[in-house]
Design a binder for this molecule. Structure first.
Ligand SMILES: Cc1cc2nc3c(=O)[nH]c(=O)nc-3n(C[C@H](O)[C@H](O)[C@H](O)COP(=O)(O)OP(=O)(O)OC[C@H]3O[C@@H](n4cnc5c(N)ncnc54)[C@H](O)[C@@H]3O)c2cc1C
Length: 471
């Protein structure tokens, strides 16, 4: 039997962006539901092992409170590169707890001249997931985990409902506004919204660095992140029997040529999180389809064994994270596409500078796609903002798409995708959804000045001026 549940805002996907959206909507007084198919919250940040926020600006939103609580509970810490340069002698960066550093030190973007001066923020996945749940519960949000969103029902340009299937059955979810925070814009695509994947073409985006031809299979490399515990140096793990059928000869040759390196981030308890850059090229991942997970898992074990044998890496395998680290997925083509041009012009000069609801300053971190027309400089001269219009689809009037699948080009997504940034996009979408539901207006017609106030646009601009030393 299907019951009907009615909300002001329905948020689909409970990763970083979905958490931000649900929290902002519920804490603004809107009756809010969050639908997530995994058993807990946090998405890629938790289940994909991306238990680390890279340095960079994330605005003045809820990530500040999350980090504060995680540090206070022992479930989070600021980590710092041990300053031994990555190279053939040691192809991994080692990032250790830095108890004397505060969370605020992680806001400063890496300066190419002082890469080692910047800090990351590391957290225990269960601690993050549990804290997100407590925040949402205290804001009055209904959380439906182990629940899959299916089959949206449209009435003209409006989404009326979606089905939410959990182990106990199916619910019809009705809402005034829907926020798509899935990792692959699945709600937006089911509703017929346009989307792009892979490298764009220069004629589509007008970007300086993008190639002439679009290439759908040129997506960022994929990492299967794993966690290890300390052990004695000299310990060598064994390849699990179920993975012995994978031919690893070419992969091992690449390791011996030092073509793959990794970031080793330390948890507060002394365990380490290993993020290979990457485990698999994005095009190969797409080509292998369902087989990709099996091959990546074999590579992960081979990599750890190689580290143990070659460098005496004093850690043993604890677990491989269940979700593949797919850096790049589909991106909707919404009312406005944030592009390299916006990133290069920066927050004071970019075309929609008056409509910014989130900010970022992370480098353009493209993993593994090197066919960009000119050499793409990863560094920005000035932070940039993300306009509200990147969350609006052209097709559905009561839908916002807020995640790394928002309306971004391939190049822009390589900077925006950080957890802190997408959490800020989610928060903006949650505020906008509650405003639309309260006023009965279309998502596109809400008062942008009121939204900017809720997103603290002015305060963020002032803070960024200080952090970046902008006169
Ligand atoms: C390997 C790798 C390394 C990275 N390194 C860093 C880093 O160091 N620092 C950093 O800040 N960022 C990093 N990132 C980027 C960052 O982790 C992600 O971009 C960000 O976490 C994405 O958040 P999200 O909310 O957009 O999506 P996700 O976290 O993927 O959340 C989407 C959620 O939607 C759910 N969902 C999807 N479809 C449905 C459905 N039909 N019904 C119900 N639920 C559904 C999924 O289960 C998932 O939980 C990295 C990413 C990768 C892959």
């Amino acid at each position: 039997m299907t019951d009907t549940l009615v909300f002001d805002t329905a948020v689909i996907g409970g990763g970083s962006a979905g958490f931000g959206a649900a929290y902002a909507s519920a804490s603004s007084g809107a009756k809010t539901v969050l639908i997530e198919r995994m058993p807990g919250l946090g998405g890629m940040s938790v289940f994909g092992g991306v238990n680390c926020w890279e340095p960079g600006y994330g605005g003045l939103g809820i990530h500040l409170a999350l980090a504060r609580d995680l540090i206070a509970s022992g479930g989070g810490c600021v980590i710092h590169d041990d300053r031994i340069a990555v190279g053939p002698g040691r192809p991994y960066a080692n990032c250790l707890p830095a108890p004397d550093r505060e969370y605020g030190t992680t806001f400063k973007v890496p300066d190419p001249a002082h890469v080692h001066d910047t800090d990351h923020f590391m957290f225990e996945p269960e601690a993050m997931s549990g804290l997100m749940r407590r925040y949402l519960e205290s804001a009055g949000c209904r959380i439906m985990t182990l629940t899959e969103m299916k089959e949206p029902k449209l009435n003209g340009d409006r989404i009326e409902s979606v089905y939410a299937e959990d182990p106990g059955g199916c619910h019809l979810i009705k809402a005034d506004v829907f926020v798509d925070c899935t990792d692959d814009a699945s709600l937006s695509r089911m509703c017929g919204c346009r989307f792009a994947v892979g490298e764009d073409s220069s004629s589509d985006t007008g970007e300086y660095s993008t190639p002439d031809e679009a290439r759908e299979n040129a997506v960022n490399g994929v990492s299967l992140i794993f966690r290890c515990s300390p052990t004695v140096s000299g310990h060598i793990d064994g390849m699990p029997d179920k993975l012995r059928d994978v031919d690893l000869s070419d992969f091992i040759r690449r390791l011996d040529r030092r073509e793959i390196y990794s970031v080793v981030n330390h948890y507060p308890c002394g365990d380490v999180n290993v993020n290979m850059l990457p485990t698999m090229d994005g095009g190969e991942y797409l080509g292998l389809g369902k087989e990709a997970g099996h091959v990546m898992e074999a590579r992960v074990w081979a990599y750890l064994i190689w580290l143990q044998k070659t460098f005496g890496f004093p850690y043993r395998m604890k677990s491989v994270f269940p979700v593949h680290g797919v850096r790049e997925n589909v991106r909707i083509i919404g009312r406005y596409r944030l592009s390299e041009t916006d990133l290069r012009l920066g927050m004071f000069s970019q075309p929609l500078a008056g409509r910014l609801i989130a900010f970022a300053d992370h480098m353009i971190d493209v993993h593994g796609t090197s066919k960009l027309k000119r050499r793409l400089s990863p560094w920005l001269d000035v932070p940039y903002g993300i306009p509200y219009d990147c969350l609006l689809t052209g097709e559905c009037e009561n839908l916002l798409t807020a995640s790394h699948s928002s309306s971004l080009t391939h190049i822009a997504a390589a900077s925006v995708r950080l957890s802190r940034t997408v959490m800020a996009l989610g928060e903006a979408a949650g505020y906008a959804a509650s405003m639309a539901a309260r006023s009965g207006k279309l998502a596109a017609d809400i008062d942008i000045e009121e939204l900017k106030k809720k997103c603290k646009t002015e305060e963020c601009t002032a803070q960024l001026r200080g952090l970046w030393n902008i006169g």
